[in-house]
Design a protein around this ligand. Sequence first.
Ligand SMILES: NC(=O)c1ccc[n+]([C@@H]2O[C@H](COP(=O)([O-])OP(=O)(O)OC[C@H]3O[C@@H](n4cnc5c(N)ncnc54)[C@H](OP(=O)(O)O)[C@@H]3O)[C@@H](O)[C@H]2O)c1
Length: 299
Amino acid sequence: MFISRRGFAVTITGAEGCEFRLSNLTVAVLGAGKIGSIMARSFSDCGVHVIATARRKERIERLRMQGFEATSDNVHAVKKASVVFISVKPYQYPALARQIGSHVAGKPVVSVMAGIPLRLLRKTLPGAEVYRAMPNLNAAVKRSVTGLVVPKNAQYREIIKSLLSCMGSVYELPEQLIDAWTAVAGSGPAIIAEFIDSMILAALAVGIPRDLAYDAVLESIIGTAEYLRTRPVHPAQLRDEVTTPGGTTIMALKVIEGKGMKSALIDAVERATARARKLAKEIEESIEEQYENTNSSSV
Ligand SMILES: NC(=O)c1ccc[n+]([C@@H]2O[C@H](COP(=O)([O-])OP(=O)(O)OC[C@H]3O[C@@H](n4cnc5c(N)ncnc54)[C@H](OP(=O)(O)O)[C@@H]3O)[C@@H](O)[C@H]2O)c1
């Protein structure tokens, strides 16, 4: 498989040599709220035709003003689309599943909802080829690190991966890692933002003016990430390159070590993962119960 980008038009050449363009695709984004509208924008920038759905008139109007085809009719969107993304809140999903469940057979459906496992998605969307994806907020600047759970014998894997790559980079994961991914990649931007904020305060404390402090910290972070991304250097090696014996950096490192920054971060991510797993379990139980109830009351 080969993916090339010409401008924003993405062309995929399959193993059999057949070529298709993302610009020939119509993708439905069901529940175009915060993350859904970022996905819609990213797909659209890749040349895809997007039908976005929401419930409230004001949101639909806003989506139209952003240039998307928008409707409250999920079934219409699903029928018109060749790929379906679901980005409603987990508790909103049973009602949506009841609407679209009998219209998705044979189509790829990608859920970005936290906590709803493939097993339950398959049960509620019979015959669909169901994926789970976990993008992060950096999708807004096309730098998401999106975790993707691909089902066995997937037929649409490359299309889904190339669509998700419109938001940034995509990594395939086994499903049991998705909660840990939510903690690392989902909460990551918040943890890094805290670090940036602390470094800005530190720069102010030593007398650097606020605007200079902001730029110096952000540029240092971007530069360090780029250095590590483009060179075969471990972070510990980079640290050693900067650390002169008896110099200034070792004094800073000694304080960081003494205050336990590393173990605080490891604990933070472990706790976030445990929380994601607990929430996922609660969501799964509640969705299953709601789905059974709505189904039995509609019989
Ligand atoms: N936010 C993130 O950074 C992020 C990252 C990864 C994954 N996620 C997952 O993405 C999902 C959405 O999160 P969010 O923060 O984007 O929430 P959000 O802003 O509340 O968006 C949810 C949207 O779904 C719409 N909706 C609800 N029920 C609907 C229905 N039956 N038909 C059509 N539209 C419907 C709502 O429409 P109205 O506004 O009209 O009510 C709302 O716009 C969650 O499951 C979350 O786990 C979020």
